[in-house]
Design a protein around this ligand. Structure first.
Ligand SMILES: Nc1ncnc2c1ncn2[C@@H]1O[C@H](COP(=O)(O)OP(=O)(O)O)[C@@H](O)[C@H]1O
Ligand SMILES: [Mg+2]
Length: 261
């Protein structure tokens, strides 16, 4: 693990501008992500949450500004993007598994492609990841089409954990799951982060997840992070989207549920 103490910055985004043609997605966006915390990124549809995740993980180059992840610029050629890539895992919004590969082969793929690990050793590691996400070994032989939505998310999570990442990026991991499946997935994430000391950056619109498992929250609006920090700070923030989202009927219901626990 990188030698950064808990609650220190592991990702620093400064003055980020992201643009597609004339579509200005991020304009002078700043965000710091703390180590050892589950940080939820929320915001309306199309506010650039997924683009931000792609930028933080080195997949989309910023038009301006800078990104540092674990102290390194992911876009610098010299500092070795590949070495760095092993330090994080990503579960993309569609969670796409390769449909022609078995579950086990899906999990083994990053091991083979990025570390050159294959054969028996890769197989044993892949089974370990499968157990880690609460699935038993028989699932390894199944094809993605044979899995339920919840299982597919777990397998995608196992694959994101394949290289023992320090940071896990998740783009809407509980979307498409029923409330019970989503709750189980949240519990799993919480257990994994406690057990493995992983930091998580999670894009979500799931208020249950935000209240239950996110230590920090960052809100995207108007091309910026308009507020970030602990939830009580966010809830008091005077911005129409924030008040509507957290203070609406659903937001109040989730808050009441959490207070009764
Ligand atoms: N590859 C791309 N090419 C052009 N425009 C894109 C691309 N990816 C995202 N965008 C645009 O960037 C904006 C933010 O998208 P996105 O980050 O996916 O939003 P969300 O917050 O819903 O995840 C949208 O207007 C989207 O159309
Ligand atoms: Mg998105």
């Amino acid at each position: 693990m990188t030698d950064i103490p808990a609650n220190q910055a592991i990702i620093v985004v400064e003055n980020l501008r992201s643009q597609f043609g004339t579509n200005l997605v991020h304009d002078d966006l700043n965000l710091t992500i703390e180590k050892g915390v589950i940080t939820g990124i929320v915001g309306g549809s199309g506010t650039g949450k997924s683009v931000l995740l792609r930028t933080m993980t080195g997949l989309k180059k910023p038009e301006a500004g800078s990104v540092k992840i674990l102290g390194v610029n992911p876009f610098s050629e010299t500092k070795g993007g590949l070495g760095l890539a092993r330090k994080w895992g990503v579960l993309f919004q569609d969670g796409a598994l390769f449909s022609s590969l078995s579950v086990l082969d899906n999990i083994r793929l990053p091991m083979k492609e990025q570390l050159g690990i294959h054969g028996q050793f890769a197989q044993e590691l892949a089974y370990m990841k499968l157990f880690l996400v609460g699935l038993d070994w028989t699932v390894g032989q199944l094809m993605p089409s044979e899995l339920s939505g919840g299982m597919r998310k777990r397998v995608a999570l196992a694959r994101a954990l394949a290289l023992d990442p320090e940071i896990l990026f998740l783009d809407e991991p509980t979307s498409g799951l029923d409330p019970i499946g989503a709750e189980k997935f949240d519990e799993l994430l919480l257990e994994l982060t406690h057990a493995l000391g992983i930091s998580v950056v999670m894009i979500t619109h799931d208020l249950d997840s935000i209240f239950k498992i996110c230590g920090n929250v960052a809100v995207l609006a108007d091309g910026k992070v308009i507020v970030d920090g602990k939830l009580d700070k966010i809830l008091k923030f005077d911005h129409p989207w924030v008040q509507e989202y957290f203070g609406g009927a659903r937001g109040r219901q989730v808050q009441a549920q959490q207070q009764n626990k």
